[in-house]
Design a protein around this ligand. Structure first.
Ligand code: 5GP
Ligand code: ZN
Length: 115
């Protein structure tokens, strides 16, 4: 847990969100500035900066994040139409919140552009 981290605050319920899913390891909630009709953030409860912080013991956690994404995509009705999973890492990666998280984005065509 990091005192000043906005996602840690959401996890501690000091800042409100509308949780879509929560268990011992993960939370998922809608992005406050959605880039598409479906835009959900999947976040480990343990504070880690980004993929650079992920160790051997976190491999199962990452797999769980991906499986949860697919499940939420299905619940949100975009499993068949398609969706994008994004993890931004560091400055050049466009990471704004310094707590590892995965974006699930769908509900509109996103095209082939990366940037
Ligand atoms: P990043 O650029 O770090 O990968 O993305 C951070 C995301 O977190 C952004 O899409 C931003 O809209 C979202 N975000 C930032 N602060 C909050 C917040 O307080 N609540 C929610 N639900 N989303 C947030
Ligand atoms: Zn944090």
């Amino acid at each position: 847990m990091a005192d000043d981290c906005i996602f840690c605050k959401i996890i501690r319920k000091e800042v409100p969100s509308q949780p879509i899913y929560e268990d011992h390891d993960l939370v998922a909630f809608p992005d406050i500035h959605p880039a598409a009709p479906v835009h959900v953030l999947i976040v480990p409860k343990e504070h880690m900066l980004n993929l650079n912080d992920v160790g051997k013991n976190d491999v199962a956690l990452l797999g769980k994040m991906l499986r949860l994404s697919a499940r939420i995509a299905n619940e949100k009705g975009v499993a068949e139409s398609g969706y994008r999973i994004v993890i931004n890492n560091g400055n050049d990666g466009g990471q704004l919140v310094p707590h590892l998280h995965l974006h699930l984005i769908g509900g509109k065509p996103l095209g082939h552009k990366l940037g």
